[in-house]
Write a protein that binds this ligand. Structure first.
Ligand code: PMP
Length: 440
């Protein structure tokens, strides 16, 4: 009997025994093509010799030194590397052990920034419905996914939620993409005015929405308008790139493609590429300076922040993404994946939308393409697709429709950037087998 408390208490999972490029092998030798990088984590596959060597080298020097006493070479190098490639005036890096911790740090940073500035009434966040920002209480409180929040309510972080930007679902007939984007972005201004601008800390959003909606990019102009509104009312724009950052969408930071820069951005998943648990919140010099000139420190911290072994892994990963050409490869292979998905499923009666950017692609499953009506959630189509794909030797990341009953089940694909053309073919074939098994 296993004594590990599993993710799903009723599951009987195979043992992951070995990584081999884009594949995971179980203890029986069955090979699974990793079509989702777990949950958009393994951007460099499962056997990257350079990242493994960087970790070993760091372990031979020193595995851990507490950040109350020391900084470390890999943490300094990685922070320099991230800032050199970061958009706008992001200037400081706060390391964490994962995505939820990065979001928690970002929320507290934003709150403390206004406290330092003598604006204590600013105590609320605005985020979007159907969003996911992590499972710790602050991140969960900010997120707008009703199903994840429901049983833990009331949550402690004061957040209100506006509409997401999901053109396939909510753009009205006759409305242009740009007009739709402005309409939903303007909900932010309405909400700020309803609450009183002097009470709002910031707006939190994923540039390309991952887990809750399935790789949904914003329409052109949406984030430009969001940035404008944040600036108009002096509230912070906090972008959550835990899933869509680190090259996943074809640029190192997803927001680069929207032509804007945030005040704080969170990253994780692809930063350690699965080789080490690591995340980070990057902030502007203005925010950092407020701490320096105010109380003198950010009142936050976890034992493992800036962990030398984890930052050594992150440094090797980001080097490979930038200098090693892996971000460019994500963009290039992503186009091929998109074309292959459209060819295989573009006319499928139950696949209503194929979307995404780079190596971040989503397929939305519908009962009826014309009305976009989703399947009855009781049919648990996403669970069946996950099981049928796994059986066929493909790891993908299907999720159920969200609580408002309007969005359907979807499949999220986030393969390693190293995936070959043949493996893209294999991914689409295996997904086809699963889709035929479940949807006919
Ligand atoms: N934000 C986003 C956008 C995410 O997708 C996730 C994880 N799925 C998180 C935050 C939380 O990250 P973690 O699971 O590493 O805590």
């Amino acid at each position: 009997m296993s004594h590990v408390f599993p993710r799903h208490t009723k599951s009987n999972l195979p043992l992951a025994a070995k990584g081999d490029g884009a594949y995971i092998l179980d203890a029986n030798g069955k090979r699974y093509l990793d079509g989702s990088g777990g949950a958009a984590v393994s951007c460099l596959g499962h056997s990257d010799a350079d990242v493994i060597a960087a970790i070993k080298e760091q372990l031979d020097r020193i595995a851990f030194a507490h950040t109350s006493f020391f900084t470390s070479e890999p943490a300094e190098r990685l922070a320099d590397r991230l800032i050199a490639h970061a958009p706008g005036s992001l200037d400081r890096v706060y390391f964490t052990s994962g995505g939820s911790e990065a979001v928690e740090s970002a929320l507290k940073m934003a709150r403390q920034y206004f406290l330092e500035k003598g604006e204590p009434k600013r105590a609320r966040f605005i985020a979007r419905r159907q969003s996911y920002h992590g499972n710790t209480l602050g991140a969960l409180g900010t997120g707008g996914n009703a199903w994840r929040r429901a049983q833990f309510e009331p949550l402690m972080v004061e957040t209100s939620h506006i509409a997401p930007c999901h053109e396939y679902r909510w753009r009205e007939e006759g409305e242009t993409s740009e007009d739709y984007g402005l309409r939903v972005a303007n909900e932010l201004e309405e909400e700020i005015l309803r609450l009183g601008p002097e009470t709002v800390i910031g707006f939190v959003a994923e540039p390309v929405v991952g887990a809750t909606m399935g790789a949904v990019p914003p329409v052109p102009g949406y984030f430009k308008r969001i940035r404008e509104i944040c600036d108009k009312y002096g509230i912070l724009l906090i972008l959550d790139e835990v899933m869509c950052g680190m090259g996943r969408t074809g640029t190192l930071f997803a927001c680069e493609q929207d032509g804007i820069a945030p005040d704080i951005v969170t990253i994780a998943k692809g930063l350690g590429a699965g080789y080490q648990p690591i995340g980070a919140a990057l902030c502007t010099a203005e925010i950092y300076d407020a701490f320096v000139q105010g109380s003198g420190f950010f009142q936050h911290g976890h034992t493992y922040i800036g962990h030398p072994t984890a930052t050594a892994a992150g440094d090797a990963v980001v080097k490979k993404l930038t200098e090693g050409g892996m971000v460019a490869r994500a963009a290039q292979q992503g186009e091929k994946l998109d074309a292959a998905l459209r060819e295989a499923f573009g006319a499928h009666p139950h696949i209503g939308d194929i979307r995404g950017r780079g190596m971040f692609r989503g397929l939305e499953i519908v009962e009826d393409r014309a009305t976009k009506a989703p399947f009855d959630p009781a049919r648990a189509i996403h669970k069946k697709l996950k099981a049928a794909s796994f059986e066929a030797g493909l790891i993908c990341y299907p999720m159920g429709g969200t609580i408002d009953g309007q969005t359907g089940d979807h499949i999220l694909l986030a393969p390693p950037f190293i995936i070959s053309d043949d493996q893209i073919g294999e991914l689409v074939d295996k997904l086809g087998t699963a889709v035929r098994t479940v949807l006919g």
